[in-house]
Design a protein around this ligand. Structure first.
Ligand SMILES: *Cc1c(COP(=O)(O)O)cnc(C)c1O
Length: 359
C-alpha cells in the first residue's frame, strides 16, 4: 500500500463537528484508496491518498457504456472504542461477482479487505459513537479504457471512499410504496443480481413515478409474470406472517433477478435466533393484498446496509391501495432491527462471527 497523507486533513474538533451533524453522504473522510487494473499488468499497488476529484479523459468508457459496479458496507464503533466491520468478506465476494457480470476484473478478496482496513486505520476517527450511527464505506470500480469502441474495458479503476451515516431512522413513520407495473428493474439473464450503477440509473424514473403517486419508494415485481414481488428500491423485503412467538418471517426467494442483500441474509439468521420460523418463498401482489386484508400478514419491512431495517406501511398500485398494520413500525420488525444493531454495535455476543475488527 502506497501512502500519501492529506496535508489538509481536518483537525479532530472540525471532524467531530461534521460527524455530529448526522445526515448521510454530505461529508467524506480525509482520504480515499485508489487501485488501478489493466489487462496487461493486472492489479497495481493500491494507494491511500487525500480525498479529492479525479481527472478522466472525456472518451473514458464508463461515461458512455456504464461499465461500473459498487458496494456498500458499514463500520461500527464498539463499546471499547475499537472499530468493527459488519461481514466485509460478504461484500468482497459480491463485489467480485458483480465485476464478473459487468466484464470488469475480479478484485481478490484479500486486496479488497486490505483497502478497507487501510482507509479505516487512517480515518477511523470519522466512525461515529452513537447507536444507529456508522461510517458508510463505498467501494466502486469502473471502466477507464479511453475510446468509444464497445468492448470490455482493458483498464479499470477501483476506488474507496467513506462518509459518516447518522441515525436517520424515524421510528414513527413506516414508508409508503408504489408497486410499479409499468417499469421493470431486472429480468432473467440481466444484471439484477449485480450491484451496478446501471440498475439504479434505470430505476430512477420509477422512483419519480412513485413520488408522483405520493409514495416514498418503488416496489419491483418480476419481469415475466408481472406478479411476483421482488424488492423495494435498493432494499430487500420481508413479510411477517402471524404474530407473537408463532410468527413466520418470510422474504422473496432469490430467483436470479433479486440483489442478494447481506442484510437480507443476516436477518434470516437473526429471526431464527429470536425463535421465529423463516422462509424464502415467491410472494405475489395478490398474496400481499389478501394477506394484509385477512390479517395474516401483520408486518412488512425493507432491509439493506444503509437503513438496516425500515418498516413498510401503505402499498399503492394500479390494483388499489392497502395498508399493513397501523402505519407504525411492527413489534417483530423493531425486535429484528434492534437485534441486528446490537450485533453490529457489539453490545451482544456475535455468535455468527459476523464482526471483523479493524486493527
Ligand atoms: C445493495 C442492495 C440491496 C441490499 O443489500 P445489502 O447487502 O443488504 O446492503 C438490496 N437491493 C438492491 C437493489 C441493492 O442494490
Amino acid at each position: 500500500m502506497k501512502i500519501s497523507l492529506n496535508p489538509h486533513a481536518k483537525d479532530a474538533a472540525t471532524r467531530d463537528a461534521l460527524v455530529a451533524e448526522g445526515g448521510f453522504g454530505k461529508y467524506y473522510t480525509d482520504h480515499m484508496v485508489v487501485c488501478e487494473w489493466s489487462e496487461k499488468e493486472g492489479w497495481g499497488e493500491p494507494e491511500l491518498k487525500p480525498y479529492g476529484p479525479i481527472s478522466l479523459d472525456p472518451a473514458t468508457a464508463v461515461f458512455h457504456y456504464g461499465q461500473e459496479i459498487f458496494e456498500g458496507m458499514k463500520a461500527y464503533r464498539q463499546p471499547d472504542g475499537s472499530i468493527s466491520l459488519f461481514r466485509p468478506e460478504a461484500n468482497a465476494k459480491r463485489f467480485a461477482k458483480s465485476a464478473a457480470r459487468l466484464a470488469l476484473p475480479e478484485m481478490p478478496e484479500a486486496l479488497f479487505l486490505e483497502t478497507v482496513d487501510a482507509l479505516l486505520q487512517q480515518d477511523g476517527g470519522w466512525v461515529p459513537n452513537k447507536v444507529g450511527e456508522s461510517l458508510y464505506i463505498r467501494p466502486f470500480m469502473f471502466a477507464t479504457e479511453v475510446g468509444l469502441g464497445v468492448r470490455p474495458s482493458n483498464k479499470a479503476l477501483y476506488m474507496l471512499i467513506a462518509t459518516p451515516a447518522g441515525a436517520y431512522f424515524d421510528p414513527s413513520k413506516a414508508v409508503s410504496v408504489w408497486i410499479s407495473t409499468e417499469y421493470v428493474r431486472a429480468a432473467q439473464g440481466g444484471t439484477g443480481e449485480a450491484k451496478c450503477g446501471g440498475n439504479y440509473a434505470a430505476s430512477l424514473v420509477a422512483q419519480k413515478a412513485a413520488a408522483k403517486e405520493g409514495c416514498d419508494q418503488v416496489v419491483w415485481i418480476d419481469a415475466i409474470e408481472r406478479k411476483w414481488v421482488e424488492e423495494m428500491g435498493g432494499m430487500n423485503l420481508y413479510f411477517v406472517k402471524g404474530s407473537g412467538s408463532s410468527a413466520t418471517v418470510v422474504t422473496p426467494k432469490l430467483t436470479g433477478t433479486l440483489l442478494p442483500g447481506i442484510t437480507r441474509d443476516s436477518i434470516l439468521s437473526v429471526a431464527k435466533d429470536l425463535g421465529y420460523k423463516t422462509d424464502e418463498v415467491m410472494i405475489s401482489i395478490d398474496d400481499w393484498r389478501e394477506g394484509v386484508a385477512s390479517g395474516e400478514i401483520s408486518e412488512i419491512f425493507a432491509c439493506g446496509t444503509a437503513a438496516v431495517v425500515s418498516p413498510v406501511g401503505q402499498a399503492k398500485s394500479v390494483m388499489g391501495t392497502w395498508v399493513t398494520g397501523d402505519g407504525q413500525p411492527g413489534v417483530i420488525t423493531m425486535q429484528i432491527r434492534n437485534a441486528l444493531l446490537a450485533i453490529q454495535h457489539g453490545t451482544v455476543v456475535d455468535t455468527h462471527n459476523w464482526m471483523s475488527a479493524v486493527k
